[in-house]
Design a protein around this ligand. Structure first.
Ligand code: SF4
Ligand code: SF4
Length: 346
């Protein structure tokens, strides 16, 4: 037995998508990939995950709202008393899903916003911003909680103040800001990943935005690594949860600790091995379960938060360095480096 209690599962219910976004972590396509799990298989795996302790299922993709039968999965999650959220591009929100979301309220529906309308459309596809606005209004009119997510890179970095204003005007409750990383389709545009100076400015932007707008839950994603409570997130960061309290299941049954780790070897496939056996195998998810300080780089090894942080976001680290415990971007390291006049240890 692994001794780890599962809490969150990210479910890539399809790889199909109605947009073609620059930063797509799944490299989603117009058509579903061959051999995707059926809704019946998803119902089964969710029941099994519940027995492992699951509390929250995050329905992701591709574009999850395109998965036929998703309403059955949501009804099943409701019957199991599990919370759920949906991560969507917001282009459309089908009526069949609106009906079930009104009946079984999601924890939140997170919609992607990449920038001002022209930039958003350029990065995602023509007409996508208009679709997003309509979806926000539709969900809000029906009293369904909506948040937005922005994946930041060199081509939308300057749009952040505009997005903040949009969020205020549209009474959106929360904004998650994450970094574009070179996995999925973004591998083709790795040159757009922020540099360290831009990352430092982004940290300051988030810190100031949180101070100025305490009514909006503005949070930096996991890929900013460790930060003290309140600075760029509401809580102290507890480290990467992949394989410790979270799991991800790909559209064809592959298992990872996090969907953003889909560029690495999977830990198995639920069609070949029961999910319980994968989760309970102490030898899997080794980057977190068998963490060894020797795997850290020099600056992380000297850090007072290394035991909790274990070298930051595993997906960021793997996609940028080929190793799991060496995140190039770190809020704490950046703050210290700025205090020393911009010098880093490595
Ligand atoms: S220096 Fe390394 S261990 Fe310390 S907070 Fe940053 S990423 Fe985490
Ligand atoms: S790999 Fe990164 S995004 Fe995924 S759970 Fe770990 S810290 Fe979070």
């Amino acid at each position: 037995m692994s001794g780890h209690k599962l809490e969150v599962a990210l479910l890539e219910v399809t790889k199909r998508c109605n947009l073609h976004c620059l930063i797509c972590g799944s490299d989603a396509k117009k058509q579903a990939s061959s051999g995707e799990l059926t809704i019946e298989e998803w119902l089964d795996v969710v029941s099994r995950l519940k027995k492992l302790g699951l509390k929250l299922a995050v329905l992701s993709g591709g574009e999850p709202t395109l998965k036929s039968g998703l309403e059955k999965l949501i009804a099943h999650l409701g019957n199991l008393s599990l919370e759920y959220s949906i991560i969507s591009n917001g282009l459309l929100f089908p009526r069949r899903l609106l009906a079930i979301a009104k009946e079984i309220k999601p924890y939140v529906i997170g919609l992607s916003i990449d920038g001002q309308p022209e930039n958003h459309d350029r990065l995602r596809g023509q007409g996508s911003f208009t679709g997003l606005q309509k979806t926000i209004s539709l969900l809000q009119e029906n009293d369904i909680p909506v948040s937005v997510n922005t994946t930041v890179h060199k081509n939308n970095f300057r749009d952040l103040p505009w997005i903040l204003e949009f969020i205020c005007q549209n009474k959106i409750i929360a904004w998650q800001i994450q970094l574009a990383m070179p996995f999925g389709r973004m591998k083709e545009s790795a040159h757009l990943v922020l540099d360290q100076q831009e990352f430092a400015r982004l940290c300051v932007f988030i810190y100031k935005a949180r101070k100025l707008f305490p009514g909006i839950r503005i949070v930096a994603a996991d890929d900013f690594a460790w930060a003290s409570k309140g600075l760029i997130r509401d809580c102290h960061w507890l480290g990467c949860s992949a394989g410790l309290s979270s799991i991800a299941i790909g559209a064809r049954g592959e298992v990872w600790g996090c969907l953003s780790l889909n560029g690495c070897q999977s830990e198995g496939n639920i069609r070949q091995k029961p999910i319980e056996d994968i989760w309970n195998d102490p030898n899997l998810f080794a980057y977190n379960r068998q963490f060894n300080e020797r795997n850290l780089n020099l600056s992380c090894r000297q850090c007072q938060e290394k035991e909790v942080c274990r070298g930051g976001c595993k997906a960021q680290s793997y996609s940028m360095t080929g190793r799991f415990n060496c995140s190039p971007f770190c809020f704490l390291r950046t703050v210290k480096s700025e205090a020393q006049g911009g010098k880093t240890d490595e």
